[in-house]
Write a protein that binds this ligand. Structure first.
Ligand SMILES: NC(=O)c1ccc[n+]([C@@H]2O[C@H](COP(=O)([O-])OP(=O)(O)OC[C@H]3O[C@@H](n4cnc5c(N)ncnc54)[C@H](OP(=O)(O)O)[C@@H]3O)[C@@H](O)[C@H]2O)c1
Length: 243
């Protein structure tokens, strides 16, 4: 059972209740979602799966179900062997009732554009958006056969342009699923509205990539907005301060 601790005690079980908990009223909103151990590890042997549990997976699905687009860096998409975003029928019906498309789009940020066009992520019914540089757009015509290549900068990817390009396509509710390099860029550019952090009741030990990698600079205060709990796992939602 998933218990709601904040705001107000209750439960948040099942897809619909969780989607209500994660639906954000603003049409333009960027949410960053991570799962970490108590000592901040965000991967175990290169994957985030061992850090999560059933409740975290339910919340992950609910966040996808309310997003217009799932944004992910190429590093994570490759390491985590991303596939097309799949939702069950009830979640799709709820999206249509909210005037959203049946599925969120999948958008991958890549500076080098060295994505394998045969990768699983390109096998879905919707074309993946690859947000990259003008150089990649002009040279990777083979990748352009399986994905929409979007020019987001000359020489390097400008993350402000990434967000603007998504918004221009009506993809305002952005769920960023990492990884740490992309998260740091978004944080640095002041583009993150919310950090959803699942704290796993686990100490992972040294030698892991940690959540500390998502920020370089003076401490940034965040405001706690919501906490769910299941099986000793805390699912938190923090808002960044108005900028
Ligand atoms: N615990 C969690 O919730 C969680 C979430 C996500 C990921 N992870 C873990 O994080 C690890 C992957 O991390 P990672 O170090 O590979 O970082 P990453 O942020 O997933 O990927 C980094 C790569 O993505 C591309 N990229 C990202 N931001 C970019 C930008 N602003 N401009 C241009 N290119 C950009 C670049 O690759 P190219 O230019 O070569 O394409 C860059 O080398 C995996 O082990 C994964 O399991 C954990």
């Amino acid at each position: 059972m998933i218990r709601r601790l904040l705001p107000g005690p209750g439960t948040a079980d099942g897809g619909e209740e969780l989607e209500e908990a994660y639906h954000h009223p603003a049409p333009q909103h960027l949410r960053l979602n991570f799962v970490a151990s108590l000592d901040g590890a965000i991967e175990i042997d290169g994957r985030s799966g061992p850090l999560g549990g059933p409740a975290d997976k339910q919340a992950f699905r609910a966040m996808r179900a309310v997003a217009d687009v799932v944004l992910v860096a190429s590093g994570t998409a490759v390491r985590e062997r991303y596939g097309p975003v799949i939702l069950d029928d009830p979640a799709r019906a709820r999206r249509l009732a909210r005037q959203q498309s049946a599925r969120p789009a999948l958008a991958v940020v890549s500076g080098q554009g060295r994505l394998d066009r045969g990768a699983r992520m390109f096998t879905g019914p919707d074309r993946v958006l690859v947000l990259t540089t003008s150089q990649v757009v002009s040279t990777r015509t083979d990748l352009g056969e399986v994905a929409d290549l979007i020019d987001c900068g000359d020489g390097e990817v400008d993350l402000r342009r990434v967000v603007a390009e998504l918004r221009e396509r009506g993809l305002g509710r952005i769920l960023c699923e990492g990884g740490p390099f992309l998260a740091r860029g978004l944080m640095r550019a002041g583009l993150v509205d919310e950090l959803c952090l699942t704290v796993s009741p686990l100490v992972a030990g040294v030698g892991r990539q940690t959540l500390a990698e998502i920020w370089v600079g003076p401490p940034v205060p965040l405001r706690l907005e919501a906490v769910l709990e299941a099986d000793g796992m805390l699912l938190t939602r923090y808002a960044t301060e108005e900028r």
